[in-house]
Design a protein around this ligand. Structure first.
Ligand code: F3S
Length: 391
């Protein structure tokens, strides 16, 4: 890989140890993937924040990097393993909290904005069309490439941190236009409405085409919330980093001749597979993190009612603050539901605590079952509130 004089100096350690280590990570990645050079990025999103996933080795790496590493571009963080303020109310142990705060402290010392959300695009880390960025978090990567038209590979936590500290990433994969073109056309022959059905569609397409970029037709309209649900699901079930949706997403692509069709029976089958036989004891909305619009809808549905089951709304702290300022949060907490800001029901250490999660998120179902060994049900938000308030 061709490095500039300055990049060579960074690699030799002339700008400190954290920069040296970062350059080693980026150059190694570039060489594995055949990149010819490094390019500048304007935005970074770092995943791998929960102490539950990082463990002691991950914490040590971050503390080492924070000795002399400082971010050079706008950098935000994925959810942590707990609500940083309200963790006791959510049943998180003090022992875990101490470690999680050390992780957050190391990121903060490096200048990372400790936003702790997987929807950075809803709270100000919102790159525009054509910008090169370095994001981790598969749902946000699919959203950024597809809906925003920014360009990012699916980074791991260490490579995203390396980009944050250097402002650079190797030029390969999604940074090159030829790799972003659709390879298969998907004709959707049934109406898809609501985050739960967009999630189910992502599951069906992801399982059929794996990580291939798709050109999807037949979707008449989609909200931001539906697109975030779809991005999360297609990335989880297939691994795609980009999709094109006719009339909805902004990227240009030649239309592939190879095509497949999705019919209603396949969506129904996907929903059925996520609706397992069990009694719901945990309800969660906000995978990916809930928007203010979703919170407003939940507040409207919960007004004057009481929940009878554990009900978490996982969201970014700034979004929760908006909900507090305009009264939605009070309605929700008066009903007995809880905000879990900074975290989510997948990265929080809650394995074994609940038998069956009900959510509108196909991605949430996947991880609840595979990581937390919980049964799942997928329902639209109004049905989730109905379940939560059942006597
Ligand atoms: Fe976000 Fe957690 Fe879902 S990180 S996409 S809410 S699994």
């Amino acid at each position: 890989m061709q490095l500039t004089k300055k990049e060579k100096e960074m690699l030799e350690g002339k700008e400190g140890n954290a920069i040296k280590k970062s350059m080693e990570i980026l150059v190694a990645l570039g060489e594995i993937y055949g990149a010819k050079k490094l390019i500048d990025v304007t935005s970074v999103q770092i995943a791998g924040v929960s102490y539950d996933n990082l463990g002691e080795a991950g914490l040590e790496f971050l503390e080492q990097m924070s000795k002399d590493g400082k971010t050079r571009v706008l950098t935000t963080l994925n959810p942590a393993g707990m609500d940083l303020e309200n963790y006791k109310n959510l049943g998180i142990s003090e022992e875990f909290a101490v470690k999680q705060k050390l992780v957050i402290g190391a990121f903060a010392k490096m200048g990372v904005l400790t936003t702790c959300t997987c929807t950075p695009y809803l709270i100000g880390n919102n790159p525009h069309y054509g910008q090169h960025i370095a994001w981790s978090e598969s749902s946000a990567v699919a959203y950024a490439n597809s809906v925003l038209g920014a360009k990012t590979n699916r980074e791991g936590g260490p490579s995203a941190l390396a980009s944050a500290l250097t402002g650079k990433t190797p030029e390969y994969g999604m940074h090159l236009d030829e790799n972003r073109n659709a390879q298969i056309k998907v004709i959707v022959k049934t109406e898809i409405k609501g985050t739960h059905l967009f999630g189910a569609l992502g599951k069906v397409i992801g399982e059929k085409v794996k990580s291939k970029p798709t050109y999807i037709t037949g979707i008449k309209e989609a909200t931001v919330e539906e697109l975030k649900a779809f991005s999360a699901s297609i990335a989880t079930y297939g691994g795609a980093a980009i999709f094109h949706m006719e009339g909805i997403t902004p990227n240009k692509t030649p239309i592939p001749t190879k095509e497949i069709t999705i019919i209603k029976a396949e969506i129904d089958k996907a929903v059925k597979s996520l609706n397992m036989d069990s009694e719901i004891d945990f309800i969660s909305v906000g995978c990916p993190h809930a928007s203010i619009n979703e919170i407003a809808k939940i507040a409207e549905l919960l007004k004057g009612k009481k929940v009878t089951k554990e009900f978490w709304i996982t969201t970014a702290r700034p979004t929760m603050k908006i909900a507090q300022a305009n009264g939605y949060a009070k309605i929700i907490t008066d009903a007995g539901a809880k905000f879990a800001a900074d975290t989510c029901c997948v990265v929080a250490p809650i394995k074994g605590r609940f038998k069956c999660l009900a959510t509108d998120s196909a991605k949430g179902c996947y991880y609840a079952y595979s990581k937390n060994q919980s049964k799942t049900k997928i329902l639209p938000i109004d049905k989730l509130v109905e379940e939560a308030t059942k006597k």
